[in-house]
Ligand binder design. Structure first.
Ligand SMILES: C=C(O[C@@H]1C=C(C(=O)O)C=C[C@H]1O)C(=O)O
Length: 98
């Protein structure tokens, strides 16, 4: 039988391997998202539209809050995370316009 310390070390290793795979998914997902938001920024600059769209953001916050609750993720954290990303996207859009 495996002793408890060895078993704990195995479990820790397995968790960390999953965390590393999930972190990779997060990075690739964010990169894909930024590719699309760059496309949106280009369209906005070409058509003289403002960098931010508060109505769209409000709808996204509502949608994400609902998704977070269903996924058992803290909705406040999900909101803060989305706000952080959107803030960065708006900065990119502003540079497109200048
Ligand atoms: C990407 C857009 O531009 C901004 C960034 C958003 C986002 O990152 O999801 C949402 C709304 C806008 O404030 C958009 O208008 O769709």
């Amino acid at each position: 039988m495996t002793d408890p310390v060895t078993r704990a070390a195995e479990l820790l290793k397995a968790h960390r391997e999953s965390i590393d795979r999930l972190d990779a998914i997060l990075v690739f997902t964010l990169a894909e998202r930024f590719k699309h938001t760059q496309g949106v920024g280009k369209l906005k600059a070409e058509h003289d539209l403002p960098p931010s769209d508060p109505i769209r953001e409000e709808a996204q916050i509502a949608r994400l809050t609902d998704l977070a609750k269903r996924a058992d993720l803290d909705p406040e954290f999900a909101k803060k995370f989305l706000a952080f990303i959107i803030q960065e996207v708006i900065k990119h859009h502003e540079t497109h316009q200048s």
